[in-house]
Design a protein around this ligand. Structure first.
Ligand SMILES: [Zn+2]
Length: 103
């Protein structure tokens, strides 16, 4: 998986192409991610008075395939690929291949 939770990603295909959002959940087994504001679909929910939930229609994010998103670098404001680098003290960092900034 090339993205992690809390990464910013951009959808590269589909109706949300070009939109960016934060990764809310990663589903490695299904190779899918749930991204804030992407792949919204309307969901009908029943009122649940016990949990103080109102019924109605809410918008929920649906899972999208990781191959349909690319990491979005907030430093250089473009979608990018990620590189891995091991520092001299042994810590691993991920970096943007376009601007070389660690992410
Ligand atoms: Zn960058």
């Amino acid at each position: 998986m090339h993205v992690r939770r809390d990464d910013m990603v951009m959808a590269v295909v589909g109706k949300d192409r070009g939109k960016t959002g934060k990764v809310l959940r990663v589903l490695p087994g299904r190779k899918r991610v749930i991204v804030e504001g992407l792949n919204l679909h309307k969901k009908h929910v029943r009122a649940n008075p016990g949990k103080q939930e109102q019924g109605g229609i809410v918008e929920r994010e649906g899972a999208i395939s990781v191959s349909n998103v690319m990491l979005y670098c907030t430093k250089c404001s473009q979608r990018t690929r990620i590189g891995h680098r091991v520092l001299e003290d042994g810590t691993r960092v991920r970096y943007c291949r376009k601007c070389n900034e660690a992410v």
